[in-house]
Design a protein around this ligand. Structure first.
Ligand code: TXA
Ligand code: MG
Length: 522
């Protein structure tokens, strides 16, 4: 099929109206994103929308009208809250859901007994609907799963040859799809945030809820209040990861990554290839540019994209909602110290893993060194230790570490006592010293309960015999003494069960194991 490219002239909109009235498909601009329209009262025409987009048939469509008076026939009843929203906002980037009337077929409503209705603010859209003379069912005019089109050229990319016509109306004003709110529940619920914000709506009809799926991923057994929520969405070909960080931390992070692309704000100082999506404190500019930015990243051939997180308030909630779906809910939180905890049984080969990570540019925080610092500079702490383990651990007021080790590491109980005294101080020093991409190298990580401070935990394990030999050689101790130390530690199963990743120091090449783990973490 040849797809006509039309202008916004009176003649062309009339022509497009005729195509719609005759059962054809026309893509048209709205103030949110481009829509792919068909006569909502003609099931055969509506079916063609699903085919052109590759859209799952249980995902219902929004019905667009050009006059407020065209809403009543489509719904069972316009409730007082619905009327209040219509009066306050329509025409607007707002969609309301109400129980449907008999006019709405099952294809449009995806088998539900409700219907979504919207009167767009964009005048070309309203003129088109008026000239078609029927309500127009229209999803966003993208291939299902891709970012919604905010420019005619993206509609042409996705829909050329599949639909009758495309009206080129330039760039869309808001750039994210309409706010969707259901009024078919006792308390209204926002199913999709948009340019008409929760605050604006609450000012008119009082309390509304935000569906949990707006900001979080859906679990596989959740039932979607809005079928669109459960499908993959807005996803570019590139793998997108949101970075939750302030400007400077984000810049440092993304600039230190290899083969990365940045999706950031105007003015961010970034040395890797970048696409910006608006300004830091301007949620409307972010909304307007986000989908375009995602498509341009694909055009640039980006494979891995680190996106700077937007503020989640106001229209920013809509921006975040789209971005988090584009990122398949992957976020790196650099606001909490980005420790990777590295631990393992004594003699398992943790030191080697630490050296390799350091070579890759990680900031290694050696908890043993911090412990030493504390012993050297904290007389209060030494006093506490002497009370617990006996005065002969001190020689001339200084700690004899060998004696302390002997007293503390000979039983699990004593090791635990030592940890309780020492480790809160260690962790707090480490937190102060941590730069992005820090590894907290801590043999007693679990004993100190520091795993909760870590973004991910890697444990290194190795066969008993290997470890015994290493410890004996390293510390110049007997087999029995080495065994005693090992027995005072957690067993291998504990490390495996409580770590995000385990490195086996007897299997394949350790560097490959580490690289694979980093690939997943980062
Ligand atoms: O801004 C917009 O709303 C754009 C322009 C073209 O108007 N349209 C749009 O449509 O974004 P679409 O189909 O891409 O998204 C509509 C969303 C989907 O997530 C769908 O599941 C939900 O609205 N929806 C539609 N009818 C519904 C209903 N009866 N109950 C619950 N959710 C519904
Ligand atoms: Mg869509």
């Amino acid at each position: 099929m040849e797809t006509k490219i039309l202008s916004t002239s009176e003649y062309d909109t009339q022509l497009a109206g005729k195509i719609l009235a005759g059962g054809g498909l026309v893509a048209f601009p709205t103030e949110t994103v481009y829509g792919l329209g068909a006569n909502a009262l003609d099931e055969n025409a509506v079916k063609k929308i699903y085919a052109a987009k590759g859209r799952p048939s249980d995902n219902p469509l929004i019905v667009h009208v050009s006059e407020k008076s065209d809403i009543a026939p489509l719904v069972k009843e316009i409730t007082p809250k619905a009327q209040a929203l219509i009066d306050a906002f329509f025409p607007a980037p707002l969609t309301i859901i109400l129980p449907k009337s008999g006019l709405i077929g099952n294809i449009v409503s995806g088998g539900l007994d409700t219907v979504a209705v919207r009167m767009p603010e964009n005048e070309i859209a309203r003129r088109l609907i008026k000239s078609a003379g029927v309500p127009i069912a229209a999803p966003s005019a993208n291939t299902s799963g891709l970012p919604s089109p905010t420019k005619a050229k993206y509609v042409i990319d996705d829909m050329s040859g599949k639909i009758d016509a495309i009206i080129d109306g330039g760039d869309c004003k808001f750039g994210v799809e309409s706010t969707v709110i259901t009024l078919a529940t006792d308390t209204p619920v926002i199913l999709r945030p948009g340019a008409v914000t929760q605050e604006m709506i609450e000012a008119v009809i009082g309390k509304v809820d935000i569906d949990r799926a707006v900001l979080e991923g859906m679990k596989s057994d959740d039932v979607a209040s809005s079928p669109g929520m459960k499908y993959k969405h807005y996803a570019p070909k590139a793998k997108v990861i949101i970075v939750d960080a302030d400007k400077k931390t984000y810049e440092d992070f993304v600039n230190s990554r290899e083969n990365a692309f940045a999706l950031c704000f105007d003015g961010d100082i970034v040395t890797v290839p970048k696409i910006t999506y608006g300004m830091e404190n301007d949620d409307l500019s972010q909304a307007r540019e986000l989908f375009d930015a995602l498509r341009r990243l694909d055009e640039m051939g980006a494979e891995k994209v680190y996106a700077r997180i937007p503020n989640i308030s106001g229209v920013g909630m809509a921006v975040y909602n789209r971005l988090i779906r584009a990122a398949a809910f992957k976020i790196i939180d650099l606001k909490k110290p980005f420790f990777i905890g590295l631990t393992g049984q004594t003699g398992a080969g943790k030191g080697y893993v630490g050296q390799y990570l350091s070579m890759l540019g990680f900031n290694i925080l050696d908890s043993d060194k911090f412990v030493k610092k504390i012993y050297d500079n904290n007389p209060e702490l030494l006093k506490k230790l002497a009370e617990e383990f006996g005065n002969d651990i001190l020689v001339d007021g200084l700690l004899d570490r060998k004696r302390l080790a002997h007293a503390a590491f000979s039983s699990k109980e004593n090791t635990q006592k030592l940890n309780q005294i020492v480790h809160p101080e260690v962790i707090s020093l480490c937190k102060k010293a941590a730069k992005p991409l820090a590894v907290l190298d801590a043999p007693q990580l679990f004993e100190a309960n520091a795993q909760s401070d870590c973004y991910k935990v890697i444990s290194v394990v190795a066969p008993l015999e290997t470890r015994l030999e290493r410890i004996m050689a390293r510390d110049g101790i007997t087999r029995e003494q080495a065994m005693e130390r090992i027995n005072a530690q957690l067993d291998e199963e504990y490390y495996i069960d409580n770590s995000d990743f385990v490195i086996y120091n007897n299997k394949e090449d350790i560097q490959t194991q580490i690289n694979n783990i980093l690939e997943e973490i980062l």
